[in-house]
Design a protein around this ligand. Structure first.
Ligand SMILES: *Cc1c(COP(=O)(O)O)cnc(C)c1O
Length: 366
């Protein structure tokens, strides 16, 4: 629909810039299989994220499934249900059992004080989520993982470019998964990556994303297919050139929302995290004691062609596909449940005009 404001809008490089980037592909005819663009994007991302090891994938979800497989995780994995479908589905699809931990009321990441009571002999890992760009308590999680010899994989889909005390969000835990989906702060149309501390994982991940093929007559590993193609990598190379401007533009939108909505009774905004350089990925608002319910605000905006998103709602531990499975019960994660029922992510993208932000806020406040 014309004039509709959606919750997200993909940023794109200039048409000419992208055309220049892909021009060579018409000569080389090398369109995928870890070509020049793929390798360059890996190098560029290592430099930007400040991380020693990275492997690109078709999308963030397959990046997560493949790092779960590469780390040979089994049994139970502690995670939280306040996330995108991908995190929980990846754990289940890899044959593991998610064990759901509740979240913090303030930053929506996993409540570290509750993790230890969920650990059993079957626990092999923790997969926490850096929700909305808020970093988890990485020190607290590391302490527990060290004590019980557990692996840590962060779902870092929301924290591209986020740093804490100048440590990149790509460098916490054993590994981190990033999504480069079109709606994310940095994107390759579809795409994703894993960053990791142990360099020997590189060969394993390459096997998993390319059929385990080492040569035309040599297939020593069982792998699937999850390679990022050259057109996607080229989009990433272009977008990465403009990532600082992207984040700066988002910060203006973010500040405008913050100014107009803070101090209003019954509305809870995210507080900045100390020592963290944010990426302004989302603008979540929790209507915890507001005069209108979250659903009412959603409807008012929708009547005005503004499409906000109930994100994350429903919780993954109440998804229809998991009905009847033991442990999938949103009553056991009450803070996550409360948040899911009261949160709304407002439109947030680099090119959202400040007039539109004002209009959105006026509709909410009036
Ligand atoms: C986007 C997202 C994913 C999945 O990434 P895709 O690239 O879409 O496969 C996983 N987890 C979270 C928290 C996300 O926001």
């Amino acid at each position: 629909m014309k004039n509709t404001i959606n919750v997200a809008r993909s940023s794109m490089p200039d048409f000419e810039e992208y055309c220049n980037e892909i021009k060579g592909l018409w000569d080389s005819r090398f369109l995928t299989n870890m070509g020049e663009k793929h390798l360059q994007l890996e190098t560029d991302l290592k430099a930007y994220l400040g991380t020693p090891n990275i492997t690109l994938f078709t999308n963030g979800h397959l990046a997560l499934e493949n790092i779960i497989t590469a780390l040979d995780l089994h049994g139970e994995i502690i995670t939280s249900p306040f996330t995108f479908a991908s995190t929980t589905h990846a754990i289940v699809r890899c044959g593991c059992t998610p064990v759901f931990c509740d979240i913090n009321y303030d930053d929506y990441t996993i409540d570290v004080s509750r993790i230890e009571s969920l650990i059993t002999e079957k626990t092999s890992a923790i997969i926490p989520i850096h929700v909305y760009g808020n970093l988890c308590d990485t020190d607290g999680i590391k302490k527990i993982a060290d004590k019980y010899d557990l692996k840590i994989i962060y779902d870092a889909a929301h924290t591209f470019g986020v740093r804490k005390n100048d440590i990149s969000s790509a460098n916490f835990g054993d590994a981190s998964m990033f999504s480069f989906h079109a709606t994310k702060v940095f994107h390759t149309i579809e795409g994703g990556a894993v960053t990791y501390s142990n360099p020997t994982l590189k060969d394993k991940l390459n096997d998993l994303k390319n059929f385990g093929i080492h040569g035309p007559e040599n297939v020593p590993a069982i792998g699937g297919n999850a390679k990022m193609n050259e057109f996607a990598a080229a989009m990433g190379i272009c977008n990465l050139r403009h990532i600082d401007v992207e984040i700066e533009k988002r910060s203006r939108v973010y500040s405008c929302y913050t100014e107009l909505l803070s101090g209003i009774s019954g509305i809870k905004l995210c507080s900045p995290q100390p020592d963290v350089k944010p990426n302004y990925a989302y603008f979540p608002v929790v209507f915890d004691e507001y005069k209108y319910s979250r659903d009412k605000v959603f409807d008012i905006l929708a009547e005005n062609n503004i499409i906000a998103r109930k994100y994350f709602y429903p919780l993954t531990n109440s998804f229809e596909c998991y009905t009847g499975r033991p442990g999938f019960n949103d009553d056991e994660t009450p803070i996550a449940k409360f948040t899911a029922e009261h949160v709304l992510c407002l439109p947030m993208y680099a090119d959202l005009s400040l007039e539109d932000v004002e209009r959105i806020c006026t509709l909410i406040i009036r």
